[in-house]
Design a protein around this ligand. Structure first.
Ligand code: FE2
Ligand code: FE2
Length: 331
């Protein structure tokens, strides 16, 4: 039997009775002002997160309300400091086969295969045989890349910081670059734009570890995804040159340098971690579109998940401002 998902965290309002399954994203025991223990819990479903508290029977529920558990929650929603919290009266742990998994994961999680196919068909549409072979050697031939790319977040916290966020980000950027290559006509090289779109953050699949929680790897901290991406291009070009029939001739040096450049320059400025500032039109466009896509996602997710009641979000520390909440984001 499946427990029906009857309420979503985003639509729960003050004083609502809550009786629905959720996935636990975080839980911890804290001590209140009176010295009594209570539990801080974050519940999640495909609509976003919601805070919850457990005040009674803490030792019992502490063993049950653990991260990554599915639970049937019984409680009441209350507004506290302008945000909605569920006061949990009772909860029951559910097995994974008792819930419909799709109800609890962000949509991108389910679209990983489709997004990866979209990426591969855009790569197949590239005209330049060298740039196309370079991307195919990574996205089509390298099984490790495919497995990791279908799971990776794009960042620890700033933007697309959820499973499959990197793939969502990269496909979104590739589509915009495709459009811009037509818009700016003969002045830009569509294939080089796509090399930048697909390669710029690729090394994040090794820069971050993301099995349970997301954090930087030692390679990520010491080298970083820009230089790691450039090194990967060098390695793949050498492999392609050593394989009979993969390239029409030796990989042109200029193309290899431009491919490395669009990766190394994509953060735009030295103080944002780019060893080189964009020095060709394609690198300028890739940097701007990367910045655009990251910011649109960061603001969209922030507004969507903001717990404040009313028309304005809480303070966003990344942008140092409050955001207006349109109808779709209001509690
Ligand atoms: Fe980046
Ligand atoms: Fe990026």
């Amino acid at each position: 039997m499946k427990y029906p998902k009857t309420q979503y965290s985003k639509s729960i309002q003050d004083q609502d009775r809550v009786s629905s399954p959720f996935l636990i994203k975080y839980s911890a025991v804290a001590t209140g002002k009176t010295g009594k223990a209570f539990m801080n819990v974050i519940l999640t479903d495909k609509s976003g997160d919601i805070e919850a508290r457990i005040f009674d029977n803490v030792p019992k529920y502490n063993a049950q309300a653990v991260k990554d558990a599915f639970v049937q929650v019984e409680g009441v929603a209350q507004s506290f400091n302008g945000r909605i919290q569920i006061h949990i009266k009772d909860l029951t742990v559910l097995r994974e086969d008792e819930v419909v998994l799709e109800e609890y994961l962000p949509a991108s999680f389910l679209n990983a295969d489709k997004l990866y196919e979209e990426a591969k068909s855009m790569i197949a549409s590239m005209k330049d045989p060298y740039y196309r072979a370079l991307l195919e050697s990574i996205f089509v031939d390298d099984a490790e890349v495919a497995v990791r790319f279908k799971k990776a977040p794009a960042a620890k916290s700033m933007h697309h910081a959820y499973p499959v966020g990197l793939l969502e980000h990269v496909v979104s950027i590739a589509k915009m670059l495709d459009f811009l290559s037509a818009h700016y006509g003969p002045y830009v090289d569509r294939d080089l734009l796509l090399v930048g779109g697909f390669m710029h953050d690729l090394a994040k699949i090794w820069e971050l570890q993301y099995e349970k929680t997301t954090d930087y790897t030692t390679e990520g901290r010491l080298v970083g995804h820009l230089v790691m991406g450039s090194e990967l291009i060098e390695k793949k070009v050498q492999q392609l040159e050593s394989q009979e029939g993969r390239l029409p001739g030796p990989f042109p040096l200029e193309k290899k340098l431009l491919a490395k450049h669009v990766v190394l320059a994509h953060h735009g400025k030295l103080e944002f971690g780019s060893p080189k500032e964009p020095a060709c039109l394609e690198a300028v466009i890739i940097h701007m579109i990367d910045d655009l896509d990251s910011k649109v996602n960061a603001v969209r997710v922030f507004v969507e998940q903001d717990p404040a009641v009313g028309n304005w979000t809480l303070l966003n520390r990344q942008f140092e401002r409050y955001f207006y909440k349109p109808e779709w984001a209001r509690k």
